[in-house]
Ligand binder design. Structure first.
Ligand code: NAP
Length: 300
């Protein structure tokens, strides 16, 4: 249980509703900022504007998955008010206050460094990334169906990257009957791809491998689908770029060549916000409980 903990949830989308539900179930005292338009009320959670939060009593601050933008602004889909995370605000929190976010950027990292507050990026955790790959794959399948006039079954699918997302994507498209080739740069990944019954290739050979691609799904967060690679692709290839912004595709050149290339960020929040929220809620519940235990350890 999180009895006695005071937690502020600042902004966010439908995923945060699962987080709020979980935290209130665990008996934390929850403050909701950026949720004025949310009709649902949670026992144990109160809506407060940023200025009225008991900042110096907060044990934890939960930011949306995206954290803040480069000006500190927090996305609030349930409010029209602007919520900005500032140095002053964090300086007023207790030293033990922990900030939780999905990902970070230079602004948020610098701010938490400067104010000496612990920042936990949930998406850096393997468990979160692996669970999250499930709704991501479902979103990629949805996009493949929506944007092609052929079946996934029997089509030539290239998956780039055998990380936590790439592995799930490759396995699922294979299970749907696609002929899946996976590009990686490490020999251990090449071995794993073979073991999975898929066709491996080194990403350094990508240009040679795309000649018959019907669908290319990128999970590598670096410019990998370059103009040279695009020049070798059939014009009917659909590119679904899952890598975080700005993706790994030369979108300008893809458009010039008439290749449909779609940057598809945040699929879990789009196709399965409830599941995506539960993934975050479960891990947050566990992390917050660990913080309580650490605090007790220090006191004794
Ligand atoms: P990950 O586990 O780190 O996987 C990334 C993979 O890219 C690794 O296998 C890595 O291989 C490979 N890679 C990196 N740089 C490379 C390069 N220059 N050449 C060849 N391979 C390279 O990350 P993940 O959790 O799968 O996430 C992948 C991306 O998808 C991230 O950008 C993440 O933010 C994004 N994502 C998007 C969604 C969505 O909804 N669109 C959902 C989840 C994740 P090495 O081991 O060789 O470095």
């Amino acid at each position: 249980m999180l009895t006695g903990m005071q937690i502020a949830v600042l902004g966010g989308d439908a995923r945060q509703l699962e987080v709020i539900r979980k935290l209130t179930e665990l008996d934390a005292k929850v403050y909701l900022t950026g949720f004025e338009q949310l009709a649902h009320a949670y026992t144990g959670a109160v809506k407060e504007v940023l200025e009225d939060l008991p900042v110096n009593e907060l044990d934890a601050i939960i930011l949306p998955v995206a954290g803040t933008n480069m000006e500190g602004k927090i996305e609030t889909i349930f409010s029209n008010r602007q919520v900005v995370l500032t140095e002053d605000f964090l300086n007023n929190t207790p030293e033990h206050c922990v900030i939780y976010s999905g990902i970070s950027n230079a602004y948020l990292t610098e701010l938490t460094d400067k104010t000496n507050r612990k920042l936990i990026q949930l998406f850096e955790r393997n468990d979160v990334a692996i669970y999250n790959s499930i709704p991501t794959v479902e979103g990629a399948i949805m996009m493949a169906i929506q944007h092609t006039d052929f079946t996934i079954h029997g089509s030539n699918v290239i998956v780039l990257g055998l990380g936590r997302t790439g592995m799930s994507v490759a396995r699922s498209f294979h299970a749907l009957g696609a002929k899946v080739k996976v590009g990686a740069r490490k020999t251990e990944h090449i071995a794993r791809i073979s073991e999975m019954g898929l066709t491996p290739f080194f990403t350094s050979d990508l240009e040679k491998e795309v000649e018959h691609a019907d669908i290319c799904i990128n999970t590598i967060p670096h410019r990998i689908i370059t103009a040279n690679v695009l020049a070798k692709m059939p014009s009917h290839t659909l590119i679904i770029d899952l890598a975080s912004k700005p993706g790994g595709t030369d979108f300008r050149y893809a458009e010039k060549r008439g290749i449909k290339a779609i940057l598809a960020p945040g699929l879990p929040g789009i196709v399965a916000p409830k599941t995506a929220g539960k993934i975050l809620a479960n891990v947050l519940g566990q992390l917050l409980y660990e913080e309580i235990e650490k605090g007790k350890g220090k006191q004794s």
